[in-house]
Design a protein around this ligand. Structure first.
Ligand code: S3P
Length: 181
């Protein structure tokens, strides 16, 4: 039974790489944020606005405990998931955790065009965003680095790069890549 849990900062490519990996390997894919949105019939932004971050983190933990029971699955988590409660230890027990590591400047480029649906950054201008990412990564790195493995995910900018990253990931983690068969 294979259960891969992708962790990393917002914009690290957890959803992009996770979905592509699932397609290439034939495994199922679960995106924790999407799972929460579907269960609550609300966007993550709405949940933050209506219930506040503390309640969001409790919901996130509860939903994590559901999805981390699924089998033969690739799970992408939210950027904050490993940093609250005992979530990172729990994930390490449940599956193969992989930290998608990306340099701050690349995260900034990705997030500056995709900040609207992310409540923690949507009000920030470019300078504030760059600063915020650097500060948060510093705080979160001790949690991220508790993952069992690290994968450099700085090249996911187009289809070809995604395919190459999928190939590299499959090699590193001994997954069968059916794309070229
Ligand atoms: C968050 C990351 C988001 C989402 C929420 C909070 C965070 O997920 O869970 O907005 O604290 O970093 P993504 O990493 O998928 O953007």
């Amino acid at each position: 039974m294979t259960r891969i849990i992708l962790i990393g900062y917002m914009g690290a490519g957890k959803t992009t790489l996770g979905a592509a990996l699932a397609k290439a390997t034939g495994m199922s894919f679960i995106d924790l944020d999407l799972f929460i949105e579907q269960r609550f019939r609300k966007s993550i932004s709405q949940i933050f606005a209506e219930k506040g971050e503390d309640e969001f983190r409790r919901i996130e933990q509860r939903m994590l405990h559901e999805v981390a029971e699924f089998e033969d699955v690739i799970i992408s988590t939210g950027g904050g998931t490993p940093c609250f409660f005992d979530n990172i230890d729990y994930m390490n027990n449940q599956g193969t955790t992989v930290y998608l590591k990306v340099p701050v400047e690349r995260l900034f480029i990705r997030l500056s065009i995709a900040r609207n649906k992310r409540p923690l950054i949507k009000e920030k201008n470019d300078d504030e965003l760059r600063c915020f990412i650097a500060q948060q990564i510093e705080k979160r790195e001790p949690f991220y680095s508790k993952a069992a493995h690290t994968f450099t995910a700085d090249k996911l900018e187009d289809k070809e790069q995604i395919a190459n990253s999928v190939e590299a990931f499959c090699k590193q983690f001994h997954l069968r890549n059916n794309t070229n068969i």
